[in-house]
Structures are given as structure tokens and as C-alpha cells.
Design a protein around this ligand. Structure first.
Ligand code: HEC
Length: 385
């Protein structure tokens, strides 16, 4: 087997492309599916394991950048092969592919004894390739809408946003299943085809899968010889042209990614809050002291003066007795303070209480009306009743 001739099927560049798209696709599919089925137990565990939904969304977006860069690179490689090397466009579907598909179907049913002979790419490989192209277009467009919903709403009706979400999620499932079933069957189960990793394919495999290509190689017509001068000229045209196109596409990809502030940036970072606060009895509010305005009706100690002295002076000359003066009762006030009597009946000017209050700097002050009332009371002989 080891002495068997091998044919280069995929160049290093092809294989790098495959690695990039494989890694991006796997990450996209994985981080996308756990978002699509976010309430499933397995998704919840995986999202938690990855560090939260914000992180999953960021990985998804980074992987999509990988896919975009891979796609731009692929356009360059395909353009180079087509324009500079003048390779046959062997990936284009032809009518022959339809009959090939039908004949393979009959062959599998054993209705037909021989397999149809196919070239560099079999009909199922072409189908997969174009499915990938189609999928990338759909996912790219709907992904843009989901990534930039405000911009989208400036150009399209708002309904396009939920529609894009439905298409993105449905097409994603289709793509993942296509890879997991169709692609894996073709390259791993039907027979283990390692050419995308080793680059080479054996003569036996060539004969089985791509007999027409093998025939062309043997006949020396698979790649037509090119005049090196013409090739050099084509390169001089191709590289600057594609570089410009690549710069434009890279700017496009950059805008795709950065155009809009998304929910990831605008959401306030997660905060840990106590949602259950244990019950602690709240002390009942103490009722505010009700201030009832003193109603002065008569002009005796009992009817008026006692009430205003109690309210204005009681705090310092009642429960506490400052300056030796207690004004709780008629007897107390008439007894006076440290300086002796404070009320001299009939003589307001001689009464210490009046002079202390009219000087206006006492820690407790009567209002003007109140002091006048007290003066009148003293003039009247400061009666108790
Ligand atoms: C915030 C506390 C406070 C309030 C309220 C207060 N006083 Fe006094 N009062 C004092 C203090 C302290 C003294 C002793 C020091 C002084 O003589 O200034 C005093 C002394 C006095 C004296 C002199 C007593 C003496 O024998 O020397 C008189 C008269 C007096 N107060 C009248 C009044 C009257 C009338 C009111 C009510 C309108 C009143 N005070 C409200 C704090 C208060």
C-alpha cells in the first residue's frame, strides 16, 4: 500500500482554509445551539460552565469573525486558481451531476451494476460545497441583522429582525445537521477520507471516487501548461485587484462587527443582589408630639399665663429648674429663682421675668403677644384665678 502512488488533492492553503472554517463552524454551531435551546438542562450547564451567556455570545461573535476571514481568504484562493492558474472550475454543478446522483441511487439499490464515473468533485461534494456557500450567505445576512438591529430598522421594516432570528436559527440547525450527518457520513463512515488533513489521496481512492480526474492526470490534461510569462502578467493584475477587494471586504467585516453598540456593551454588568431579605421587625413610628396652640382666654395664672409658661418655659423651668426658677405652679413662680422674686404684682418694670424676656436674649423666649399678656397680668396684680 505504501508504495502506491499518491496524488496531491488539497494544497496546504486548502487545508488551512478547512481548519479555519472547521474551527469557526464548530464554535459557531456549539455556541449557537446552546443559545437556540437555552432552556435545556444541558445548555444551562454548558453556558454556566463557559462563564455565562454574555461570554457565550462573545465566543459566537469571535467565531463568526473567523468565518468571515476564512470566506474572504477563500474568495482570494478561488480567484487565484481561476484567473491566474486557469484551473477548470471543477466545483460548478453540471447536468451530469444530476444524472450521476440518479445513477448512484440506482447503484446503491443494486439496480445498476456500475457506479457512474466522476471527476475532481463528486456530485455530493459539490452539493456540500454549495450548501456551505448558501448557508454562509444566509447566516451572514441574518447575522448582520441580529448584530446590527438598529441599523437594519433604518432600512427595513422591524419585522425583519425576528424573521432574521428565525432564519438564522433554522438555517443553523440545518447546517449543523448537514455537517454532522451528510459530511461525516461521506468522509468518515463511507470510507475514512483523510485527504483534507494529509493533503494526499491514494491511487486506489482516486480510481474509486474520481476516475475521470485520474484519467485526466494520467493523460496530462488535468492542468494545462501555462506560459510562465502570461502567468506572471496575470499575477500582476490579480494581486493588486484582489488586495483592493480584500481591503474593501475587511473594512466591511470591521463595520459589520463594530457598527452598532450591542446589548453586550449596553447591558449593565451583572450584579449580585440579595433577593430575599429576612424579616426584621420595624419599630413602630413614634407619634410626633401634637402641638396644640395655647388658647389664652382670660388673664389670670390659671386661665392663660400658666399655659404659656408651661409651653415656652417648662422645659427648663419645670421638670428641670434652671436659675433656681420653677414655673410649674403659681406658688413656684411667685417663689422666684436664685435672684429672688421674678414677679412683682402691679410692677412689670420691676419684675425680673419681664426684664429678662424683653432683653430678647434668653434661651427661651415669649412671643411679643405673650409677653404683653404677661405684662398685663402683672399690671393686674398677677392674680392666680
Ligand atoms: C432652654 C432653657 C430655658 C428656657 C426654655 C427658659 N429659660 Fe429661663 N433660664 C434659663 C437658665 C439657664 C437660667 C439661669 C441663667 C440665667 O439667669 O440666665 C434661666 C434664668 C431665668 C430667669 C432668672 C432667674 C433668676 O432668679 O435669676 C428668669 C426670670 C427666667 N429664666 C425666665 C424665663 C421665662 C419667662 C422663660 C419662658 C419664656 C424661660 N426662662 C425659658 C434657661 C431657660
Amino acid at each position: 500500500m505504501s508504495s502506491e502512488r499518491k496524488y496531491l488533492r488539497f494544497t496546504i492553503s486548502d487545508r488551512i482554509e478547512h481548519w479555519v472554517q472547521m474551527a469557526s463552524f464548530t464554535l459557531l454551531g456549539f455556541t449557537g445551539l446552546i443559545q437556540k435551546f437555552s432552556s435545556a438542562d444541558i445548555s444551562v450547564s454548558l453556558i454556566t460552565l463557559l462563564g455565562g451567556i454574555e461570554f457565550v455570545r462573545i465566543i459566537h461573535r469571535i467565531a463568526s469573525i473567523g468565518l468571515m476571514l476564512g470566506t474572504i481568504y477563500h474568495l482570494g484562493v478561488a480567484g487565484y486558481k481561476y484567473y491566474v492558474k486557469r484551473n477548470r472550475i471543477s466545483m460548478l454543478p453540471t447536468l451530469k451531476d444530476v444524472t450521476n446522483a440518479w445513477n448512484i441511487f440506482l447503484f446503491n439499490l443494486k439496480v445498476q451494476k456500475t457506479k457512474p464515473q466522476q471527476g475532481r468533485y463528486t456530485f455530493d461534494e459539490k452539493f456540500e460545497y454549495w450548501a456551505f456557500v448558501w448557508g454562509t450567505i444566509v447566516m451572514g445576512l441574518t447575522g448582520f441583522i441580529l448584530w446590527n438591529p438598529i441599523t437594519t430598522a433604518n432600512f427595513l421594516p422591524g419585522i425583519f429582525i425576528p424573521a432574521a432570528k428565525a432564519a438564522h436559527s433554522g438555517e443553523a440547525l440545518l447546517a449543523v445537521l448537514a455537517i454532522a450527518i451528510w459530511h461525516f457520513y461521506n468522509v468518515h463512515i463511507k470510507h475514512l477520507n483523510k485527504s483534507m488533513f494529509t493533503g494526499y489521496i491514494s491511487e486506489h481512492e482516486m480510481l474509486e471516487e474520481h476516475p475521470l480526474e485520474l484519467a485526466d492526470i494520467k493523460a496530462g490534461v488535468a492542468e494545462l501548461p501555462q506560459d510562465p510569462k502570461i502567468v506572471a502578467k496575470r499575477k500582476r493584475i490579480f494581486f493588486p485587484t484582489f488586495s483592493l477587494a480584500a481591503v474593501a471586504m475587511l473594512i466591511g467585516a470591521y463595520l459589520f462587527v463594530t457598527w452598532e453598540e450591542t446589548a453586550i456593551e449596553t447591558l449593565p454588568p451583572a450584579e449580585n443582589l440579595v433577593v430575599f431579605v429576612p424579616y426584621t421587625p420595624t419599630p413602630l413610628p413614634t407619634p410626633l408630639p401634637t402641638v396644640t396652640p395655647v388658647q389664652v382666654t382670660g388673664n389670670t395664672w390659671n386661665d392663660g399665663v400658666a399655659a404659656i409658661t408651661k409651653s415656652k418655659c417648662g422645659a427648663c423651668h419645670g421638670s428641670t429648674v434652671l436659675g433656681g426658677l420653677n414655673m410649674s405652679t403659681y406658688a413656684d413662680i411667685m417663689a422666684g429663682g436664685v435672684s429672688g422674686g421674678v414677679i412683682i404684682p402691679g410692677e412689670p418694670d420691676g419684675s425680673l421675668l419681664v426684664s429678662r424676656q424683653t432683653s430678647g436674649d434668653h434661651p427661651g423666649q415669649f412671643s411679643d403677644d405673650e409677653i404683653n399678656l404677661v405684662i398685663e397680668w402683672i399690671v393686674a396684680g398677677a392674680p392666680e384665678e
